[in-house]
Design a protein around this ligand. Sequence first.
Ligand SMILES: [Zn+2]
Length: 253
Amino acid sequence: MDFSFEAYRKLLTALQKSDLNPTTFISYFENPTENAAIIRHDVDRRPLHGLKFGELEKEMGITATYYFRAGSCCYNEKIIKALSDMGHEIGYHYENLGQMNGNYEKAITDFENNLSRFRKLVDIKTICMHGLPMSPYDNKDLWQKYDYRDYDIQAEPFIDIDYRHLLYITDASRTWRQDSKANLRDKVANAISHPYLNIYDIIKDIEQQSIHQPLMFNIHPHNWSFHFLQHVQLLAWQSAKNMVKSIINRVRR
Ligand SMILES: [Zn+2]
């Protein structure tokens, strides 16, 4: 079943057997290789799901990047520390401009405060914007006025990667489809198109060595279930949310 823990394990197994190299965002950024398969997780909710994913990856000898939001939904010091101790990269999933209603001064102060809170726990070298679907502000716009390099941040995956070269595959809004109307903000510019409708299409192409390289997976652990009942609950919740988001999308255009 797609979006189950077992399906994710199958994806990792296929990656391991292939000539792709599953890696963190920072290691790709510092040393870009053509066979990289960056595994990026945006922890938007339910940090415990992130921990489960991290444990599975660790068990399989794989390291990934986890972007944590700083709010009470997600910021869990024990989990962040545990994932970092497993060798995973931790980054800050920032959303300051939206949260401060477009006030740049308040937003950058908020960014600085949250970043230093993270840095008391773990090393942070990269950050990644959280796309607030209901907000009129694009959180990346903070960097039109400020520069994250001034804060010793090396890279931001939405800004520092050329997606004409690197395939981007995301499960945002619990769908793999690139043309999904439910995915409002989690999009990259100039994306290479892909035909994947479910995880098994992706696994098949990895097994047949026909998937585009290099690539980045953006996988949201909170969307994935660990048992059947939770799967049904998540499916119902996401269908309701997607309906609302596709209405917003239609109104915006
Ligand atoms: Zn996010």
